[in-house]
Structure formats: C-alpha cells, structure tokens
Design a protein around this ligand. Sequence first.
Ligand SMILES: [Zn+2]
Length: 68
Amino acid sequence: MRRHEPTRHPPVPRRLDTVTVQRPRCPFCGGVRLVKYRSIADQGDGSALAWVRCANAECGRRFRLLAE
Ligand SMILES: [Zn+2]
C-alpha cells in the first residue's frame, strides 16, 4: 500500500517584516470613528482620497483623507 505524500509548502521565511499602518484620526479631536461620504478609490497613482466626517458627536468636523 502506497503512503500518501504530505503536501509540501514553499519555505516560509522565519521572520516577516512588520509594517504598521496607523488608523486615520480626526485632526481636530483625535477621534478614530470617521464616516466616509465621498471617495476616489484610485487617483491614478494608487493613492486614495476620501472626504470624511468625524463621527464624534461633539466634533463632527469634515476633512479630506489621503491614503498614499
Ligand atoms: Zn473630530
């Protein structure tokens, strides 16, 4: 009876680099709950632009958000 060969995976690097992406914050109150109401997913160079409103009821300021 033939034994089934275990699936071979490509070697995994021992350590992967970690890239930390900070969540966008409201520049007025520092809140992280933002409501996007308009966006351009890709401006042609891979960056994304969004118009957001701070969800903090005491703030509610609007600003643009650029994700490079
Ligand atoms: Zn705010």
